[in-house]
Design a protein around this ligand. Structure first.
Ligand code: DGJ
Length: 714
């Protein structure tokens, strides 16, 4: 590299830093803002009456279409309530109307990204509202959140509703896509027109099986590769809600945040509360582009920093092999084969702790079961480590079985209302983590476990949805904030454990994918997307999951489970699981040489491609929801390698002339048009340009057949 090129590169990176910082332009008056990202612009201004008005959010090139003010930046309950409120309060004297006026503004640097802070105050009462807009230009994203401060000397302000933020979309007809599900059936996409009125997506019991992520597209502009999309998601793992209100004029307002159903917060004098962040984005290049933006954002900005750039290990998990019937001898037999076939992390699932012979007992008592492991865990972990494997363990720390020492000692540590039934799910109750004594107990149990054993991986499960949220021992003005406090303590707990045990990986599980969201993504390296390990079902779940979350967060193990009696071959199952973080969940101690050889070869193959899968840009080339094939592509950041997964769901993938391009001849994405590539298993040298614009036929025939193609730049 010449000196001259070095300077240019240096200059380029300086320019990049400068241009990725400083996208908030304040007008001359100091009271209007033009916030830009690569494709979008967000415009705000203070009106002559002192309102902070929302002017426009959308395509940068069409901001001249702004229709004047669409509403206020922080809509409140008060005066004309023409929009969904972000803030609803009651003052000590009973007044429930808010009248905000602009006070000041400034920009600050929040973790490397410029952030606009606008301060407003109530015109009469001592209440301050700061609203924040953090701009991530390269991802075409903005994060919004609101902080409310009670500046009074005396008297508490009651918050009946505080959302993270609101945006307005220009007049048009729109369609909303969101994801929902149940156990074994996570992340099912729903698309619905937004008609007059309000559509709400929400969670009231902590479990969503789908996430708060949404895409809104103008009707008719719904191509995956083209057209406008507004999208967003909440960084919150408790009860959340997102409302989409379509006004008569045709505008749509989106408001999201904590679900204040059955919740209220009191702010004492001097106290403040900050809503969790909501991320909003805009793209004019279709939902594929949204996927690219969201997955990159989560991978590069949200995931725990310590492991952000670290290759994810190949896992073994014992759940489907053993259920609760775990013992040292069998675990070691599993670990031995796991090592032979190339696994790197051996994880013992449920069943290892005191009294846990089935799901009726044990949760809460986080010490080893001496009947199953008479010598404790240590000798087993030592032997597993000696084989060259890291060791991981399953816990469900937020829960307790009534049949446990913990519950017998502290029956008041769970959520409950006196004189009311304590509703059990899977024979368990939920600990009230909002209580400091409960928090300390759980912290001590789990940190003790980690301190005493060489554990490198935690699978953190949560199997009961929230019921009976009583916290009667708390002061009456804190009782209905219990869910909010719970989530604060959940984050605090995982955050503290991560700091203390920085090398430990954390997997988020909630009966499969019950609690996957961008709040958890800040604390957990992985998600267990579903207990459904049927490869065909999994293709659908993974297709949706990967349209939001990056592949390096998606743990996927193969098991003997056969949900539809199809008896799919090992190769097919492995190919499906390799589109995420590969894991094995069979009773491999019973595997014959052929099965071991197949898995061994596939794991070696996975190790060869996993950097591109885990850190590359992800594109969905053919959706199983639209075709009887699924094709996924990953492209390394330097565009030198790509991996294409082809899964056939039918004997004859649709190939009528109209659909041929979509299913047979597939156009690749994200490659360098000027470089030439070879494709393993296909003769020839192909120009990137050709693969991008004409495409290629991936020769995979037959139902439930699959193949992984590695593409390499020459
Ligand atoms: C529910 C999880 O989703 C499963 O993967 C497994 O860990 C079981 N709990 C264990 O009880």
């Amino acid at each position: 590299m010449t000196y001259f090129t070095k300077i240019i590169i240096l200059l380029g990176s300086v320019l990049l830093t400068v241009s990725s910082y400083g996208q908030i332009n304040t007008g001359k008056s100091g009271k209007e803002w033009n916030i830009t990202t690569v494709s979008s612009v967000y415009q705000l201004k203070v009106s002559s009456g002192g309102d902070v008005q929302f002017v426009y959010y959308g395509n940068k090139l069409q901001s001249d279409k702004a229709q004047g003010s669409m509403g206020t930046e922080v809509p409140v309950r008060g005066g004309y309530v023409s929009a969904l409120p972000v803030l609803e309060v009651v003052f000590p004297d009973g007044v429930r109307d808010l009248e905000l006026e602009y006070v000041s503004s400034g920009t600050l640097n929040v973790d490397g990204f410029e952030t606009l802070k606008i301060t407003q105050k109530d015109k009469f009462y001592p209440l301050t509202v700061h609203s924040y807009i953090r701009v991530l230009p390269g991802y075409d994203l903005i994060e919004k959140w609101v902080e409310v401060v009670n500046t009074a000397k005396k008297g508490s302000v009651k918050i009946e509703n505080l959302q993270s933020g609101s945006i307005f979309l220009p007049e048009n007809s729109y369609e909303l896509t969101h994801f929902s599900g149940i156990w074994g059936n996570e992340f099912r996409p729903n698309t619905t027109p937004l008609t007059q009125g309000t559509k709400t997506i929400q969670v009231r019991d902590f479990k969503s099986f789908g996430s708060s992520t949404f895409f809104i597209r103008p009707e008719g502009e719904n191509g995956a590769q083209q057209g406008e999309v507004w999208f967003g998601s909440l960084q919150y793992s408790g009860n959340w809600r997102v409302d989409f209100e379509k006004f008569f004029r045709g505008n749509v307002q989106v408001v999201g945040g904590i679900n204040f159903w059955d919740q209220e917060l009191y702010l004492k004098p001097g106290e403040s509360f900050t809503a969790p962040r909501m991320v909003f984005g805009y793209s004019n290049a279709g939902t594929d582009d949204v996927t690219l933006k969201l997955t990159s954002y989560i991978r590069e900005q949200l995931l725990p920093e310590k492991h952000r750039d670290v290759i994810r290990p190949v896992l073994y998990n014992s759940w489907y092999a053993t259920a609760f019937d775990v013992n040292e001898e069998h675990q070691l037999a599993l670990a031995k084969v796991a090592k032979e076939i190339g696994v790197e992390m051996f994880v013992i699932d449920d069943g290892w702790f005191k009294g846990r012979i089935d799901d009726k007992a044990g949760l809460g008592d986080w010490t080893v079961d001496k009947n199953k492991f008479p010598n404790g865990l240590k000798p087993m972990i030592d032997q597993i480590n000696a084989m060259g494997l890291d060791f991981g363990i399953w816990i469900e720390p937020e829960m307790v079985n009534p049949n446990s020492d913990l519950y017998r000692a502290h029956p008041d540590w769970v959520f409950y209302f006196p004189n009311r039934q304590r509703h059990e799910v899977r024979n368990q109750l939920m600990l009230n983590l909002a209580r400091e004594d409960v928090y300390q107990y759980v912290y001590k149990s789990i940190s003790g476990l980690l301190r005493e054993n060489n554990i490198k991986f935690i699978k953190w499960d949560m199997n009961k949805s929230l019921t009976d949220p009583g916290f009667m021992s708390a002061p009456s003005d804190e009782q209905r904030a219990v869910r909010i406090k719970y989530v604060e303590n959940l984050y605090r707990l995982v955050g503290t454990l991560r700091k203390e045990f920085p090398d430990v990986w954390f997997e988020d599980c909630s009966s499969g994918g019950g609690r996957i969201d961008m709040g958890m993504a800040r604390f957990f390296d992985f998600n267990w997307a579903s207990d459904n390990t049927d490869p065909v079902e999994r293709i659908f779940i993974q297709d949706s999951y990967l349209s939001i979350f990056p592949a390096n967060t998606m743990i996927s193990w193969i098991t003997h489970e056969d949900w539809h009696g199809q008896n799919h071959p090992l190769e097919f199952k492995l190919d499906v699981a390799m589109a995420g973080v590969l894991g094995i969940g069979y009773d491999i101690s019973k595997w014959n040489d052929e099965e071991k050889a197949i898995a061994g070869e596939k794991i070696a193959r996975y190790k060869d491609i996993r950097k591109t899968v885990q850190f590359g840009n992800h594109y969905r080339l053919v959706s199983p929801y639209e075709n009887n094939r699924s094709i996924l592509q990953f492209v390394s950041k330097d565009l030198s390698e790509s991996v294409v997964f082809v899964y056939n769901l039918a004997e004859y993938p649709k190939a009528t002339s109209l659909e041929a391009k979509k299913t047979k001849i597939v156009r690749l994405k994200g490659l360098d048009p000027d470089r030439s590539y070879t494709i393993e298993g296909i003769q020839g040298l192909f120009k990137g340009d050709y693969l991008l614009n004409y495409g290629i036929n991936f020769p995979v025939n037959g139902a439930f057949k699959s193949h992984i193609f590695k593409i390499t730049a020459q």
